[in-house]
Design a protein around this ligand. Structure first.
Ligand code: ADP
Ligand code: TRP
Length: 319
């Protein structure tokens, strides 16, 4: 059975962009092999500085995936920090990782260019990510385009280790999510928590209504036909309910309907689609012990996969 592994950074409240861009594709891949999905809380420490935030976002990511259809019987869901032996592997990989390889990492260079304080964690981020991947003998690693270089680095590191110590690691393959359209935020830019333009996946009714009603539109008067295709309203409706979108295009283009009404339609479509997930999420909020039990079980199952790989790497290195 092929191993499909990916890490999810717990970096904020989940939004519709995360759902369509990352969660839905990951959930669909559950059937294609043994999926291992983990909450990358060690990695998140490179950007989150408050312990309470990290705790909350970690819970939100785990409960979020469970609410949206992750099957914990089948898929192994765990917290990265529940398998701390990943750091031992990271060290073994570190000694075969050339400085130049990390210095070329664009995510690191970008952070520096933005004026971020440099620290070793940020620099070594790709090595820990390689360890995440190699520790579980991963075959496929579904990630967004921005992570492509990290996957190339992971393969390079695996190859370097194998060259020095013998064939321990399988070279993982990236599965790049190019196809998924970027979900626009309410202001028309990419939906992103850093722009404050998100529609939350698990918000209260009013927390969802407010951004939807604030979606940027043009000033076409009520009595004139409106353009729906390619607009924020249109793109969001297309993502949320593709069938409804077909009708939406037709009656939106008719004269006599206002943007306010179209936004209410989108709001209704969002509620209809995500209500069942939101209800499950509330359930997990009231019963965090259920999420905890899934994560612990996931960590135990992850250990079974990791133990022989780590043992082989240690032995090959002469430890
Ligand atoms: P944010 O931009 O809000 O900080 P992240 O960078 O944490 O979101 O995104 C986590 C994942 O969700 C990434 O894999 C990314 O591909 C996906 N994603 C985030 N925003 C969008 C979006 N607007 N459209 C499509 N996918 C998105
Ligand atoms: N760096 C990834 C991101 O920001 C998260 C991640 C950590 C990851 N370890 C991983 C993804 C291993 C895939 C495989 O999205």
């Amino acid at each position: 059975m092929k191993i499909i592994l990916t890490g999810i950074q717990p970096s904020g409240a989940l939004h519709l962009g995360n759902y369509f861009g990352m969660m839905q594709p990951a959930l669909q891949m559950q059937e294609q092999g043994q999926a291992l999905y983990f909450i990358a809380n060690y990695h998140a420490l490179t950007s989150i500085t408050k312990a309470d935030d990290l705790q909350r976002y970690t819970f939100d990511a785990a409960a979020g995936f469970l609410s949206c259809g992750l099957d914990p019987q089948r898929t192994i869901l765990f917290r990265q920090s529940d398998r701390p032996e990943v750091h031992e592997l990271a060290w073994l990989l570190s000694v075969v990782t050339p400085m130049g390889l990390l210095e070329r990492a664009t995510s690191y260079k970008d952070k520096i260019a933005q004026g971020a304080e440099t620290n070793h964690g940020l620099f070594a981020y790709p090595v820990l990510m390689a360890a995440d991947i190699l520790l579980y003998n991963s075959d496929f690693v579904p990630v967004g385009k921005d992570q492509k270089q990290h996957l190339e680095i992971a393969r390079d590191i695996a190859q370097k280790f194998n060259d020095r110590f013998g064939p321990v690691f399988k070279l993982p393959e990236a599965v790049i999510r190019e196809a998924t359209a970027v979900v626009p935020g309410v202001d028309g830019r990419k939906m992103s928590k850093s722009y404050g333009n998100t529609i939350p996946l698990f918000g209260e009714e009013k927390e969802i209504r407010k951004p939807v009603m604030s979606i940027k539109t043009d000033s076409t008067p009520i009595e004139e036909p409106k353009r729906i295709e390619g607009t924020v309203l249109g793109q969001l409706m297309q993502a949320v309910n593709p069938e409804k979108y077909e009708q939406f295009k037709v009656y939106g283009a008719a004269a006599g309907i206002g943007y306010g009404d179209l936004k209410k339609d989108l709001l209704a479509a969002i509620q209809e689609r995500f209500k069942p997930y939101q209800e499950k999420f509330r359930h997990y909020q009231a019963h965090p012990e259920e999420v905890e039990a899934v994560l612990r079980d996931g960590a135990a199952r992850a250990r079974e996969l990791a133990a022989p790989v780590l043992a082989a790497a240690r032995k090959a290195a002469g430890l």
